[in-house]
Ligand binder design. Structure first.
Ligand SMILES: Cc1cc2nc3c(=O)[nH]c(=O)nc-3n(C[C@H](O)[C@H](O)[C@H](O)COP(=O)(O)OP(=O)(O)OC[C@H]3O[C@@H](n4cnc5c(N)ncnc54)[C@H](O)[C@@H]3O)c2cc1C
Length: 449
């Protein structure tokens, strides 16, 4: 992208939408980015103004520009597609503007408010926690972020690894958040009741942004054999560029974006052959279509209506016994239920099997919080403010939704910051007194299954 190409591309915008009836691209963006206003600024070559539109609503706008599934969100909604035309390349334009913004001194778009004297703890420095912290600091509150690992960004780091690390502006974005007054403590897990109580005593409110929990167990016989690993541990190695042995055949179990990320990462680190087993059919696959097409273009074989029934091998994995399935009835999540088809089993040779079958909620942490109601292991929250059933605690991002995307985590972090601010000013009653709700991120597609 060059400046003149960016201007020509932005100029294709039909300028639909108005304040009372926002454009479809704005409605499709979980952060409600005013896309037409952004595109108008680009058309005029107003790079600083365009960047301001992006960053004023989203402190991680550059990360979202790099990693958002734009083809499933704003671009899919673009009014041009209804006229049979190609949608505006909004994601690419945002990336171009973000690159300019963070390479230039006019990158600071937010200024802090006078101190309020209130103290808030944010647990977890993933996108939800970082945004919540930055927004609260911009409102004048004292904010400390406690992060268990030695790195900020949470699962966002996996998305970055799948793109080009040098294209990421996360470090600059976090610097800007810290410049708003946020104190960030890495290598500081809040993993004992004592640590949590201490924070509770010291703070006026707490935001839980600890992510979706650990990789789930696929419960297939033989899953303890060497050579069978979980998605997170494989992706950590791939992120560090650890190559596979030449000729390695990889089988991935799961049908979500994480499974396809694993499959594509396996290709990057030298797998000779990659197969994905998904127990439902293509229309039910939760992965984004764009991801599926990319996987196919990299010669990754997808076996639909197939599930593993046993990992085979004596000292380590040598093959996966698989079985065909057919879809019958519906489960509790309104998904068709895969039922094994007798006599359909076959054996797939494999040196490495990676399971990507969803996440187990972080119950060890959540059960320590007094009065926290859980729904299928996830905190029940007010969709507007993120307040939990313990009024001092707010929660957002993947700990609530289980999966989701970076932009969805950003939105819930921002909403919770506003919710905390209103709660501290006693402008709103505690949420459990208000009507029941549906957890906001649960219905969204994303990196979940
Ligand atoms: C393989 C993979 C690839 C992905 N790629 C993309 C992509 O390309 N685009 C996209 O939009 N989304 C992507 N996602 C999804 C996206 O990364 C997540 O939806 C998002 O990061 C969730 O943000 P979060 O802040 O809620 O949680 P997380 O990102 O999980 O962050 C939670 C943080 O809390 C910390 N923590 C946990 N427990 C504690 C504790 N007790 N004390 C202190 N800290 C704690 C964790 O260490 C972590 O840093 C991907 C996800 C995966 C798994």
């Amino acid at each position: 992208m060059t400046a003149s190409l960016a201007i020509l591309e932005a100029d294709r915008c039909l300028r639909c939408g108005e304040p009372a009836d926002p454009a479809p691209c704005t409605v499709a963006c979980p952060c409600e980015l005013e896309v037409p206003r952004f595109l108008q600024a680009v058309t005029r070559g107003g790079w600083e103004e365009a960047a301001e539109v992006m960053f004023s609503e989203n402190l991680l706008a550059a990360s979202c520009a790099l990693l958002c599934p734009a083809g499933e969100l704003c671009q899919q909604a673009c009014a041009l597609t209804r006229e049979g035309e190609r949608p505006i390349a909004i994601g690419l334009l945002e990336r171009f503007v973000a690159d300019l913004a963070l390479d230039n001194p006019w990158a600071r778009f937010r200024v802090g408010a006078p101190p309020t004297g209130k103290r808030i703890a944010v647990i977890g420095a993933g996108p939800a926690g970082l945004v919540c912290a930055g927004e609260l600091a911009a409102l004048g509150h004292g904010v400390r972020v406690y992060e268990a690992s030695g790195e900020f960004g949470g699962l966002l780091q996996y998305g970055i690894a799948a793109r080009r690390r040098e294209a990421s502006h996360l470090a600059e974005e976090v610097r800007a958040i810290i410049a708003l007054g946020v104190e960030l403590y890495l290598d500081t897990p809040i993993d004992t009741p004592e640590r949590l109580w201490e924070i509770e005593r010291q703070c006026d409110a707490i935001f839980i942004g600890i992510g979706p929990g650990a990789d789930g167990d696929c419960g297939v016989p033989g899953d303890t054999l060497p050579g069978v690993v979980r998605a997170g541990s494989f992706l950590d190695r791939a992120r560090r560029g650890v190559p596979l042995q030449p000729g390695t055949r990889v089988v991935v179990i799961g049908g979500g974006n994480t499974a396809l990320d694993v499959a594509r990462a396996a290709r990057r680190v030298g797998a000779a052959q990659v197969s994905v087993l998904y127990r439902r059919s293509e229309p039910e696959m939760p992965a984004y279509r764009e991801q599926l097409e990319l996987a196919r273009s990299e010669s990754i074989r997808i076996h639909f209506l197939t599930q593993p029934v046993e990992f085979l091998g004596t000292t380590r994995l040598t093959a996966v016994r698989c079985m065909g399935t057919r879809l019958e009835a519906w489960d509790d999540f309104d998904q068709p239920l895969p039922v094994p088809v007798a006599g359909s089993d076959f054996v797939l040779g494999a040196d490495l099997a990676v399971t990507a079958v969803g996440r187990t909620p972080p119950l060890g942490f959540l059960r320590r919080v007094e009065g926290l109601d859980l729904d299928r292991g996830r905190p029940r929250v007010d969709p507007v403010s993120g307040q939990t059933t313990n009024p001092k605690y707010f929660a957002g991002g993947a700990v609530v939704g289980g999966g989701g995307s970076i932009v969805a985590a950003v939105r819930s972090g921002r909403r919770a910051a506003r919710g905390i601010d209103r709660w501290l000013a006693r402008e709103t009653p505690a949420w459990p007194g208000r009507p029941a709700h549906v957890a906001p991120d649960r219905t969204e597609p994303g990196w979940g299954e």
